[in-house]
Design a protein around this ligand. Structure first.
Ligand code: ADP
Ligand code: MG
Length: 332
């Protein structure tokens, strides 16, 4: 098969940690032709999309050492029509480049995209979990799939919501952030926190000279520290881990200093996966990373979900093998 990876620069890969590199090695070792496709090297000729690709070849595709694999690769430039790809992995970092999605729109029926272009468009924001949870809305607060959440860019309304909120701690975050950036824990019982609300809301709403949405969310306090990352393949969980925040931070993201430990999903977490799995598949979101806290869905990561290396650790089972088995079957 021809497999394309729309992704970040090869040179920026950290071989010991990178999930995309695991997918690339698995594809190369199975004999597929692998092309790296950089978003800024796509072009349209008449009505067809082309890409100036880097075709990967390796002198040791089966090595167990991922750094050795990385070093053994050579990249050759080749101008290839996108239609020649059988499968395209979308592995670019957020935020999504919407022009790239426009390039891909014409190809959605001819190439197997993982994830689908329409799905990426729909789910590439922090509102998507609410649309999933709405499918299973429940009167019992313990059974609700997402934390109490408000999305707005109206400062007055957001302040009213904060005032009316009956618990002290809450989370404030930007709609398009990632890697934990801008996720703030506030505490109404603290005067400093309270006095900062106006300034923070103004800052977030007006950032970049735009009129941005803000998310206000119930703060989920958990017994075990950290959030749970679940990798979902074709609507089912295939691996999970817990991300423990650094001692001086409330956020669990690895980018924010968090570290990963083993985790087996409990009943509540498995139930969330079971309830939302079918809708993920319906939306063409075949490979996603869920962030869960206290059995509630915090975020659905669709762009380039990572964590393969941490989840694979100490296991026979390899995430990248399951993903490749799945795409080979799908294309067949
Ligand atoms: N409602 C919440 N309650 C408790 N912690 C949260 C909440 N929302 C976010 N966090 C913490 O902040 C981290 C980053 O938030 P998230 O919504 O996943 O944004 P990002 O896209 O930046 O990863 C989470 O992994 C979690 O540790
Ligand atoms: Mg997250």
């Amino acid at each position: 098969m021809n497999i394309g990876f729309v992704m970040y620069e090869w040179e920026s890969i950290s071989p010991s940690l990178d999930s995309t590199l695991r997918l690339i090695q698995e594809s190369v070792s199975r004999g597929h032709k692998v092309s790296l496709i950089y978003p800024n090297e796509m072009a349209i000729r008449r009505t067809s999309v082309w890409a100036n690709c880097r075709v990967v070849s390796s002198s040791s595709p089966n090595t167990e050492d991922n750094s050795d694999f990385y070093k053994s690769c050579s990249l050759e430039e080749e101008f290839i029509p996108m239609i020649d790809q059988d499968v395209v992995f979308f592995r670019d970092n957020p935020p999504l480049d919407t022009h790239v999605l426009n390039f891909m729109d014409t190809l959605e029926n001819d190439i197997f995209f993982i994830n689908s272009i329409s799905g990426l468009r729909k789910a590439n924001n922090k509102i998507y979990p609410a649309t999933l949870a709405a499918l299973h809305d429940n009167d019992d607060p313990d059974k609700r799939l997402i934390p109490l959440t408000t999305v707005s860019r109206n400062k007055k309304y957001l302040k009213q919501v904060i005032e009316a909120y009956d618990l002290n701690k809450f989370i404030l975050k930007p709609m398009d952030g990632f890697g934990g950036s801008g996720v703030i824990l506030m505490d109404k019982s603290s005067k400093t926190s309270k006095f900062n609300v106006n300034s923070l809301l103004e800052f977030y709403i007006n950032q970049g000279g735009k009129n941005n949405y803000i998310i206000l969310q119930e703060y989920i306090e958990t017994e075990l520290k950290g959030d749970i990352r679940v990798l979902m393949l074709n609507g089912k969980p295939i691996g999970s881990m817990r991300r423990v925040p650094a001692k001086d931070d409330h956020r669990s993201n690895v980018h924010a200093g968090g570290h990963c430990v083993e985790h087996d999903l409990d009943e509540k977490e498995l139930m969330v996966c079971k309830l939302i799995g079918p809708q993920l598949v319906k939306d063409g979101l075949y490979l996603v990373g869920l962030d869960l806290m206290g059995g509630k869905l915090i975020e659905v990561n669709v762009c380039s979900p990572g964590g393969f290396v941490e989840i694979n650790q100490n296991k026979e089972y390899k995430i990248q093998k399951s993903v490749l088995d799945f795409v080979e079957e799908k294309v067949k």
